[in-house]
Design a protein. Structure first.
Length: 320
């Protein structure tokens, strides 16, 4: 779990007009006392230890010991008998958001729990505003990492411009969403990076303390798009010019849908703990061969282990 005393960054900062960072990961990236690396935060429910075991193995194979951030459990926090009071007491929501959410027992319950969990991680990043060497990456707990992940992160960080706010490591943008067209004219700024305005998936992204604080200053949301899906919220802030976001051209974080959408390719899971990647709400309804239409993918919450507790990906925030 997160412990403030562990925040001892393990990299150097070199200021320039192009790249803010000269970033180095040790071969085994941990804090100096041998505990978890606070720059790599995984959002995970206490009751989903199977997912934690799977994802922590994934990171350790890349030489990283991630920090576990306790996720908000929608099943507990927003149980029917205390839902109304719990939502009304949330300082992270405006009065209009509370009014919209208090009787909304559909998928937004999971979105809200996930949103609150991401806010918790953002606060940890923002707390290091005085540390020019610090940045933090937030991951949901059903992801996988590409080969050579550590080196890829090092390259991406080194290519970021000095005014970056968000580095997107996992994303998709459904062609039916009008905002996705905003990405079409954007061109790469380097070999591995390009700007991005519209993105979905909160499964993997990085911020620096200043950008995390900028996001937190918009909460509770009182203007613009005030949804509680974290990916849509960050994308909205980017489109409104509040954040400068860049995406990896070759995304280094893999979500279950990425694994499942390859036609005629079975998903081989050797580790029984990692079956947990595929029991989220979103993975259960994902049908790659189906043609979807409309302006968005809006679904009811799937019954079963993920019902009422999954987030935008059903993974890290409140964990389907």
């Amino acid at each position: 779990m997160f412990r403030p005393s562990l925040f001892q960054p393990n990299r150097r900062l070199t200021l320039s007009t192009k790249s803010s960072f000269d970033y180095k990961l040790n071969s085994n990236s941990k804090s100096s006392d041998g505990a978890s690396d606070p720059r790599f935060m995984v959002l995970n429910l206490l009751r989903r230890d199977d997912r934690w075991r799977c994802v922590s193995k994934e990171f350790r194979r890349k030489g990283i010991q991630p920090t576990r951030i306790e996720a908000v459990d929608a099943k507990l926090m927003f149980a029917p008998e205390k839902r109304r009071q719990a939502i009304q007491q949330l300082q992270e929501l405006s009065s209009s958001q509370k009014a919209a959410l208090v009787d909304d027992t559909g998928i937004n319950t999971g979105h809200l729990a996930t949103f609150l969990t991401h806010i918790s991680a953002l606060r940890q990043i923002a707390s290091h505003l005085d540390d020019v060497n610090y940045f933090g990456c937030i991951f949901e707990d059903d992801i996988a990492l590409v080969d050579d992940f550590t080196n890829k992160i090092q390259v991406l960080i080194s290519e970021l411009p000095s005014n970056w706010d968000v580095l997107v490591l996992s994303m998709y943008c459904h062609a039916a969403w009008p905002s996705c067209k905003l990405n079409n004219p954007l061109r790469p700024i380097s070999t591995h990076l390009k700007p991005v305005l519209a993105f979905m998936s909160g499964a993997g992204y990085c911020l620096n303390p200043k950008s995390a604080r900028a996001v937190l200053h918009t909460i509770p949301c009182k203007s613009g798009s005030c949804g509680v899906a974290i990916d849509g919220y960050l994308s909205s802030l980017t489109q409104r010019g509040k954040l400068k976001a860049y995406r990896a051209i070759d995304l280094p974080v893999i979500i279950p849908q990425d694994m499942m959408k390859k036609k005629r390719t079975s998903v081989d899971v050797d580790d029984k703990d990692c079956y947990s990647r595929f029991d989220s709400d979103i993975a259960l309804w994902w049908k790659p061969e189906s043609i979807r239409s409309g302006n968005a993918c809006v679904i009811p919450v799937v019954s079963g282990s993920g019902s009422g507790s999954g987030g935008s990906g059903g993974s890290g925030g409140s964990g389907g």
